[in-house]
Ligand binder design. Structure first.
Ligand SMILES: NC(=O)c1ccc[n+]([C@@H]2O[C@H](COP(=O)([O-])OP(=O)(O)OC[C@H]3O[C@@H](n4cnc5c(N)ncnc54)[C@H](OP(=O)(O)O)[C@@H]3O)[C@@H](O)[C@H]2O)c1
Length: 244
């Protein structure tokens, strides 16, 4: 790919929160941004906000729990653009109702894994062939320090006691997907990394979080726009390595 070609990015869960900000910041860099959304009305409203600033942003319906929806969306990207340069697996849920893993409802774990783990995996499986065909790719998996085994296992870590077992397990697995993708993709100019955005004021993060969505988007946008030869196979927070 030459540097003059316009890149195409897909950001899931881009109608609000950190995903919307990632879309906005990528579009500011003259990238065509496809905003993955579940609801077309919310998607149209979100895309319109970026378009009104002159950005090349469009919504694309993707429910990451529906393989047919992922297949249709990536098929449309192939038809319309013949390329996918950047995939940000941002969509996620935190639906834990019990704080104790001994009481974790398997249905809650199942739903959480479907969205936070299987969705990103299916998107990578669908998107990588398009990236390979252009010899360029950046994949960012939106994980969380809550998924860090190092922090979870350290009783002195401020993150160790945050009581969302299904969510934590899902982000640990998502980091595992990053590591395995990197092993498969070495030498392909497809860089794959996990990001923690920090604790961000969104519907998920709540009102007390210290960071704005724009601040939370900084590390994933940096990873989504890494130069060739940039880091791959890392887990980053504040653009710095975070323990797995
Ligand atoms: N906020 C934090 O402090 C924080 C910290 C660490 C990591 N993260 C991670 O950062 C990412 C974004 O979080 P956020 O705080 O921006 O959350 P948010 O405000 O709750 O937004 C989540 C987004 O994901 C979408 N989504 C949920 N399920 C989906 C599905 N099945 N298919 C497609 N889209 C789906 C939502 O769409 P709808 O509007 O349709 O529900 C929404 O656009 C998540 O992966 C989260 O785990 C957040």
């Amino acid at each position: 790919m030459t540097s003059t070609e316009k890149k195409v990015a897909l950001v899931t869960g881009a109608n609000k929160g950190i995903g919307f900000e990632i879309a906005r910041q990528l579009a500011q860099q003259n990238i065509t941004v496809l905003m993955g959304v579940r609801d077309p009305e919310r998607g149209a409203a979100a895309a319109k906000q970026l378009q009104s600033d002159g950005r090349d942003a469009h919504f694309l319906v993707i429910d990451v729990t529906r393989p047919a929806s992922i297949k249709a969306a990536v098929g449309k990207i192939n038809n319309d653009y013949k390329r996918l340069d950047i995939l940000v697996n941002n969509a996620g849920i935190m639906i834990d109702t019990q704080s104790d893993i001994l009481a974790l409802d398997p249905a809650v774990l199942h739903r959480t894994l479907e969205t936070n783990v299987l969705g990103p995996l299916l998107l990578a499986q669908a998107g990588v062939p398009l990236m390979k065909s252009n010899g360029y790719g950046r994949i960012v998996n939106m994980a969380s320090t809550l998924g860090s085994l190092t922090d979870s296992a350290n009783p002195d870590s401020p993150y160790a006691s945050v009581p969302v077992p299904a969510y934590r397990l899902s982000k640990t697995l998502l980091n595992g997907i990053t590591v395995q993708l990197v092993r498969e993709l070495r030498g392909t100019n497809i860089l794959v990394n996990s990001a923690c955005p920090g604790w961000v004021r969104t519907d998920m993060g709540g009102d007390q979080a210290p960071l704005t969505p724009a601040q939370g988007a900084d590390t994933p946008v940096w990873l989504a726009t890494l130069p060739d030869g940039g880091p791959t196979g890392g887990f980053f927070r504040d653009r710095q390595p975070n323990p797995w």
